[in-house]
Ligand binder design. Structure first.
Ligand code: SAM
Length: 265
């Protein structure tokens, strides 16, 4: 990690508990979700947790090497104009390593489960599928009538996610889109929808986040919930996040350091 980003993260960690959001939370879906998350010791319901965590373990034991187009800048990656909206850099990685480094840890994925459980969305949009771990948590929370659109630029990675969805949810509606976030966000199939929850987990660049936010808020229902991963991954993310939460579309927000959650008006 770049030293400047590291110090920046450290500073935020120190103030995290003080700033943390809970004082601002109202009695609503997010309040209920956070309470359930805490009461359940930061896990989802036991049967859900068992199924998905077994899958996570299987991915972590799989050392097959795959090709991927690496679109985003990961955590600690150095933001630069060069990698802002590029078309992806080819690279190779083992399934095990990618899963350990990219799939949302159980604790945070469980929060997605509880938010979906209490929000009961008709439709969810996810930017950053990877192997589908976070998608699976949201899908179990949302229930069988919800539809999820999930996007990833790395085709071989997405193919594994599709196999995981067929295994976990043979009869459910999880639509996968392969391409860059920006490209897919402009597709008619996405533009025609209204989402109740959107989860952005990939491409940790503040300017990119800002752009996604402006497109996505147009696609969301009133009182929709927007969750952004790694809002303090680097200075540019923190800066964009702090500007975004002041936008007129935002009713209120929660900063959990790892994740930022916005309730729209
Ligand atoms: C952190 S991983 C997602 C993890 C997943 N949400 C989970 O917790 O199970 C980020 C994913 O986003 C994809 N990604 C990042 N930036 C992208 C972009 N600009 N366009 C398309 N895909 C992108 C990467 O290929 C990667 O698989």
């Amino acid at each position: 990690m770049h030293i400047k980003d590291f110090l920046h993260r450290l500073g935020h960690l120190a103030t995290n508990y003080i700033q943390s959001s809970e004082n601002n939370i109202r009695k609503d879906v997010l309040n209920a979700s956070l309470t359930a998350w805490r009461v359940n010791k930061f896990k989802a319901e036991p049967d859900v947790s068992e199924k998905i965590e077994n899958l996570r373990q299987a991915l972590s034991n799989n050392h097959k090497v795959i090709n991927r187009l690496d679109f985003g800048i990961g955590i600690g990656g150095k933001p630069s104009l060069l990698n802002l909206f590029h078309q992806g850099f080819p690279s190779t990685v083992s399934i095990s390593k990618l899963n350990r480094g990219s799939s949302k840890p159980e604790k945070w994925a469980a929060l997605l489960f509880w938010i979906a459980k209490y929000k009961q969305p008709s439709r969810i949009l996810e930017l950053g599928t990877c192997f589908g771990i976070s998608t699976a948590y949201m899908e179990y929370g949302a229930g069988k009538d919800a539809e999820i659109d999930t996007v990833d630029g790395a085709e071989e990675v997405l193919e594994i996610a599709i196999q995981n969805f067929q295994y976990l949810f043979p009869f459910r509606k999880i639509n996968t889109y392969s391409g860059s976030f920006l490209e897919i966000l402009h597709k008619d199939q996405i533009q025609a929808n209204k989402y109740d929850i959107t989860y952005i987990d990939g491409h940790h660049h503040g300017m990119a986040l800002f752009k996604y936010f402006n497109i996505i808020t147009e696609l969301m229902n009133a009182k929709g919930i927007l969750i952004v991963d790694d809002i303090h991954a680097n200075e540019s993310m923190t800066k964009s996040w702090s500007e975004i939460v002041k936008s007129e579309q935002v009713e209120y927000h929660i900063d959990l350091y790892q994740l930022g959650i916005i309730q729209l008006k």
